[in-house]
Ligand binder design. Structure first.
Ligand SMILES: [Zn+2]
Length: 299
């Protein structure tokens, strides 16, 4: 298969020009005629597989991927967008998910399953029931092959309704987050002991629904650009937070903990010196995800 080089050129002007510059065709479904359909995702190796033989083409794909990882918050000419119709439904889905979060509380929401969410939406009139179209979109987003829009990580949770057993988790005091008992908890305790009290948990266990909330919020901020959103956040079902990984940060560092700034802190330097941490998303990764120096690999 050959690569269409023209489509892979960086749009230097960024999202605003691309999205607002052209009128009606603003939200197109990437390779336009393709509709979001239920394509069952499979395990994919985190390597670009579009190119089979030509080394020059292969090199181009690798470089193209690295460029996208580096400029993760920019729009590229072959980025994949929600269609205009689906964008409207998506906005309703996001606001309902946020109302579920508000109702159950920030920490509890990390463990909310799809079935829990539906239950809450029936029980609390302030949330409102999900319509058929909204449920269909949730389904499509979950089962759509993320490779199509440039995310090459593994699908670690294949069941939309998978549940997290609360008994297998521990709430970490003062963090608003949970960790799985066993390896994840032990690793966090060890990190804290070795790095110091300034090291905090910034995100732990995330259910499929929590990952939906994060991914859809990013999708909202990127005007429906699925590719751009997936360069910062694993699409639902693809996050290792669902099975053990967690994020750490520096106390009082706020949202800077989720930027490359974290790699300039003493805490990060200690994490590296101690060598026992294994970063999931390095600078040179080929999964289509930005550099994440705060993400601790457990699984
Ligand atoms: Zn993470």
């Amino acid at each position: 298969m050959s690569v269409n080089r023209k489509r892979r050129k960086i749009i230097k002007a960024g999202a605003t020009t691309l999205l607002l510059g052209s009128s009606a065709s603003v939200f197109f479904t990437g390779k336009e005629e393709k509709k979001l359909t239920n394509v069952k995702s499979e395990q994919h190796s985190p390597v670009v597989t579009v190119i089979e033989s030509d080394p020059a083409e292969q090199d181009f794909a690798v470089q193209d991927n690295l460029r996208k990882v580096k400029y993760f918050n920019q729009t590229f000419s072959d980025d994949f967008f929600l269609s205009k119709e689906k964008y409207g439904i998506f906005k309703q889905v996001l606001s309902k998910i946020l109302r579920v979060q508000k109702t159950v509380g920030y920490a509890n929401f990390n463990l909310v399953s799809f079935d829990d969410m539906i239950l809450y939406s029936h029980r609390y009139p302030n949330i409102g029931k999900f319509s058929k179209k909204e449920l269909a979109l949730i389904d499509e987003l979950f089962f759509y092959d993320a490779n199509e829009y440039g995310f090459y990580g593994n699908k670690v949770i294949k069941d939309l309704t998978s549940k997290i057993n609360k008994k297998e988790t521990v709430k970490i005091a003062g963090s608003g987050h949970y960790l799985f008992q066993g390896e994840a908890l032990e690793k966090f305790k060890q990190l804290k002991k070795d790095v110091g009290p300034e090291l905090i948990l910034t995100s732990g266990v995330r259910s499929v629904v929590k990952q939906f909330q994060l991914f859809l919020a990013k999708l909202d901020a990127s005007n429906g650009n699925l590719s751009l959103a997936s360069r910062s956040l694993a699409p639902p079902g693809h996050s290792y937070h669902g099975i053990g990984d967690f994020d750490v940060g520096k106390k009082g560092y706020g949202t800077l903990n989720f930027t490359a700034e974290f790699s300039h802190t003493e805490e990060y330097k200690k994490l590296i010196q101690l060598k026992y941490i294994d970063l999931r998303y390095t600078k040179e990764n080929q999964t289509g995800v930005r550099y994440e120096p705060w993400h601790i690999k457990v699984v």
